[in-house]
Design a protein around this ligand. Structure first.
Ligand code: PXL
Length: 276
């Protein structure tokens, strides 16, 4: 089995089962050498907690990248998520330019918004700057809200396939080679993932669980990157990641107090099985 090295750049929310505390175990379970670059350290994530601490690590990132360059370290994949501040967009673009191995894949989860709104730490300027990173990626993994911010196409709660195709076409025409749009739902019972890979449009439908859980975007993106880097097509990786995320939500459903994240760890054997 080929052994790939992936760099993931996103925050450490010490408590809350999202970003790096999700990405590192999932990518490792997928059999990838996983290198982390924390964009910021927070006591918790920012959704549903108040009074959290934040330390932006922008001042450390250039020196870390310079050290890696001096050690001739490079990456087969670079996967970015929640960043600490708008200035990190250029830092990340520079890392992609200087630390990618030949043929490396870049995957950008423009983690900045959900349910029609930006996350508390971000503003319109961040969303505008995120376009530069997202549109330079090989693969982007926005949800419907993020796709709306990236394209300028108005966010809608209800829509049809024509709207979804228009959104994805706009993302692809702006530069992203493959678009994986999450949380695409046409009815009450089901939701799914739309994939535009070159000219090919596909939709993977799965059941919609009554309770939306925090952190599922990060679980999804990490499982997608794991599966894709293991050699699956974008569509197959999108489907495996969806099944794993649903299984994680189901594994959390009997514990309403656990609303800050999903219990993804006990379900890792299922993901590993799907990847082997
Ligand atoms: O799951 C996305 C995410 C990651 N990191 C932090 C967040 C959020 C979403 O709110 O607050 C710090």
């Amino acid at each position: 089995m080929s052994y790939k090295r992936v760099l993931t750049i996103q925050d450490i929310s010490c408590f809350g089962q999202c970003s790096l505390t999700v990405a590192l175990p999932i990518l490792s379970a997928a059999g990838l050498e996983t290198v982390i670059l924390p964009s910021a350290v927070l006591s918790t994530h920012t959704a549903g907690f108040t009074g959290y601490t934040v330390r932006d690590l922008s001042d450390d990132i250039p020196a870390i990248a310079a050290h890696w360059r001096s050690e001739h370290i490079s990456f087969d994949g670079i996967y970015t998520g929640y960043l600490g501040s708008v200035g990190q967009i250029d830092q990340v673009l520079d890392i992609i330019k200087t630390l990618s191995a030949p043929g490396a894949v870049t995957v950008v989860d423009p983690a900045m918004a959900d349910n029609g709104k930006l996350y508390p730490a971000f503003d319109e300027e961040y969303a505008r700057q995120m376009r530069r990173l997202a549109f330079s990626a090989d693969i982007i993994l926005p949800n419907m809200t993020e796709a709306s911010y990236l394209t300028g196409i108005g966010y809608r709660e209800e829509y049809d396939e024509k709207y979804v195709r228009e959104m994805m076409g706009a993302l692809r025409d702006s530069g992203a080679k493959t678009v994986v749009l999450t949380g695409v739902s046409y009815d009450e019972e089901t939701t799914g993932v739309a994939v535009l890979d070159g000219e090919k449009f596909d939709y993977y439908r799965h059941k919609k669980l009554p309770r939306g859980s925090h952190g599922t975007g990060d679980v999804y993106a990490s499982a997608f990157v794991g599966a894709y880097m293991r050699g699956m097509s974008a569509y197959d990786a999108a489907a495996v990641a969806a099944d794993y995320t649903v299984a994680c939500i189901e594994n959390t459903a009997d514990d309403p107090a656990h609303s800050y994240g999903v219990k993804f760890e006990p379900v890792l054997p299922y993901l590993i099985k799907r990847l082997s």
